[in-house]
Structure formats: C-alpha cells, structure tokens
Write a protein that binds this ligand. Structure first.
Ligand code: CP
Length: 308
C-alpha cells in the first residue's frame, strides 16, 4: 500500500483531493461514521505526542474503525531490543495501517520498506512531519482560499523544527510563494532545505533575526517552539528559548488578516493574550488536523466514499 513518509509523496492533485474530502467531512462528519468499519489503525509512538497521536486515534474512531498501539515504547518489546523491521512486520499481522513517530530521522521509511501495510511518518527526529503539513495546508486553504501569492513567515527553531521543513517543501510547489525566515543564527534552516528546495526551485526567501521589522509584510506567521529535545547542550537551549515571543503589542504591527499558526505544543513563544485575537488560529489548526487525518486514513486504506 501507499505510505506517507514525506510531503512530496502526494502530488498537488492528490493533496487537493484530500483537502476536498476533508472539507466534505467537516461539513457532514456523521456521513463518514462507518467509513472504516472493520479496519484497524496502529499508533507506534517512540516519542511523546498529544495532537498527532490523539488526532489520528480520534480520526480512526470517528470513521468507525479501531485503534491499537503504544505511546510508551518501553511497554512493548522495543524495550527488549526488537528492531523496527521486526516490530512493523509483527504489527502488519494485526493492523491495516500504522502511524509511527520516532526520534531517528528516516525510521518510518525503514519501517515502510519492510511491509506492504501503509506507514505514515508522524514525525522523524528533526527531519519531516508530513501530516502536520497536511494540517497546516488545510488551515491555510480554508482561511485564505488557496496557497498562491502568500508571504509566509516562519519563526523560531528553523533548524530542528521538522514541521517547518515539511511545510517549506510542500509550499514550494505553489506559485508566488515567498518565505521570510525569522530565527537566531544558530537556528537557521538546514542547508539541505535552503539549497535543495528554496534555491533549486527559485523560491524567494529572506533570513532575518528581527521579527518586528518583517511582521507588516506577512500573510501567515508560523511560530515554532525551540526543540529542547534536539539540543546537544542545555545552556544553548536556555539561551535561545525565549528569543521570540509573539504578544499583543507585536500583533499591532501585523496585517488585519494575517494568520498566526503554530503546530503546538507552545512553551512561551506566543503569549496567552494573543489567543483571543481573531488572527490566532492554532487551536482551529489542531482541530483541522483530525479532519485531514480522517481524509488521509480513508485515502491510504482505499476506502470508497459511501455516504451513510
Ligand atoms: N504538532 C504536533 O506534532 O504535536 P504533538 O507533538 O503533540 O503530536
């Protein structure tokens, strides 16, 4: 079966199909309550998660399917030293689809190569997080009507933030997109993203350290958490963690219709006072995450869209 390991695994047309299905699910969720009856989803989370795991599980349950899995790998035979390949081959004996989060870059790809069961990358180290990108894109599409002619600001930990890497990759396929990267020197986007995606595709981008100076130009501001768990040195984390804090004062500089997105969890980078601003869309984004995952599950399982 088809897996989703990185954002480019779906063409823009396939993504559009997913978004249209997600729109229909949002409109009439009860029509899909039996779509995955008899199907089983396995969630294999080798790293902590709230949104990705819960939204996948909620998505499958709302489609009438069932869920098995672990969120604490030490409660499974992983703790006895079982390999990813043996784990996934075993899970494939029981489940129809697996969702895997892992601290090692490429782990879900290794898993997918060992089985015919579709495998979804739910975040691999500091590398990619394609279903977060589907969530982000669905949110932008529903709020802005599309992806073209947008100036997207990406702020915070652009080095280790896998959601940013996947989002840049996916958005690079649309017309007249430009990026403004806002980060400290130490947390700039990785070289492979700069060269292989931005420069190679002639995508306009600038890299700045100051948020205020670019805020007025942005259509979307994508805030990110400084990824403590990827730091080699705690002192570096402590030095960088509060570099950017979006507050009500800074929001005054932004366009009236600028969208504030954040994959969440946030630590300190968006003040709670921004939550009531109509431009703050991060909880709506988290909700859309469940609907786009419902569409994804149906697509990967090849479920016919038969309305109840
Ligand atoms: N956005 C996201 O991946 O959140 P979780 O780590 O809680 O799954």
């Amino acid at each position: 079966g088809k897996s989703l390991l990185e954002p480019m695994d779906f063409t823009t047309e396939e993504m559009e199909e997913l978004f249209l299905l997600a729109d229909r699910i949002i409109e009439e969720p009860e029509q899909y309550a039996k779509s995955c009856e008899g199907k089983l989803l396995a969630t294999l989370f080798y790293e902590p998660s709230t949104r990705t795991r819960f939204s996948f599980e909620a998505a499958m349950l709302r489609l009438g399917g069932k869920v098995i899995g672990f969120s604490e790998p030490n409660s499974s035979s992983v703790s006895k030293g079982e390999s990813i390949s043996d784990t996934i081959r075993t899970v494939a004996c029981y489940a129809d689809l697996a969702v895997m989060r892992h601290p090692k870059e490429g782990a879900p790809k290794v898993a997918a190569a060992c089985t015919d069961m579709p495998v979804v990358n739910a975040g691999d180290g500091g590398h990619q997080h394609p279903t977060q990108t589907l969530t982000d894109l669905l949110t932008i599409r529903r709020e802005k009507g599309g992806f073209e002619n947008l100036t997207i600001g990406l702020c915070g930990d652009l080095k280790f933030g896998r959601t940013v890497h996947s989002l840049i990759k996916a958005l690079s396929r649309y017309r007249n997109i430009s990026f403004v990267m806002i980060s400290p020197e130490e947390l700039r986007i990785p070289e492979y993203v700069r060269r292989e995606i931005l420069i190679k595709n002639n995508i306009p981008f600038q890299e700045v350290k100051n948020m205020q100076e670019v805020l007025p130009s942005l259509d979307v501001l994508y805030m990110t958490r400084v990824q403590r768990e990827r730091f080699f040195n705690e002192d570096d984390y402590l030095r960088l963690k509060n570099r950017y804090i979006l507050d009500a004062q800074k929001m005054k500089l932004a366009k009236e219709n600028m969208m504030v997105l954040h994959p969440l969890p946030r630590v300190n980078e968006i003040s709670a006072e921004v939550d009531n601003d109509p431009r703050a869309l991060y909880f709506k984004q988290a909700k859309y995450g469940m609907f786009v995952r419902m569409a994804l599950i149906m697509s990967l399982l090849g479920v016919e869209e038969r309305r109840n």
